[in-house]
Design a protein around this ligand. Structure first.
Ligand code: SF4
Length: 70
C-alpha cells in the first residue's frame, strides 16, 4: 500500500453500515475522520501527492535540503 510519509496512524473501524477512517497527520498535527459507505480510504494511502498539506511540507523539506547543500 502506498502511504504518505507524514501519516502517523490510520485506523479503520466499522459502525453499522459506515466505514470510519481515523488518521493522524504529522503536518498539521490533527486527528481526522473520514466516513464512507464503502471501502474508500483517505488520500493518505492513495494519491497523497495531491494533498496540499503533503505538497507544502515536501516543498519546505526540499527547500531546507537545498539550503544545506548549496
Ligand atoms: S496525505 Fe496529507 S493529510 Fe494525509 S498524512 Fe499526508 S499530509 Fe497529512
Amino acid at each position: 500500500m502506498r502511504r504518505c510519509p507524514y501519516l502517523e496512524e490510520l485506523v479503520k473501524d466499522k459502525r453499522a453500515f459506515l466505514r470510519v477512517y481515523r488518521f493522524d497527520c504529522h503536518v498539521d498535527h490533527l486527528s481526522k475522520r473520514k466516513y464512507a459507505l464503502s471501502d474508500s480510504p483517505p488520500i493518505c494511502v492513495r494519491n497523497f501527492e495531491d494533498c496540499p498539506l503533503y505538497q507544502a511540507e515536501k516543498r519546505r523539506e526540499d527547500d531546507t535540503i537545498t539550503r544545506y547543500t548549496d
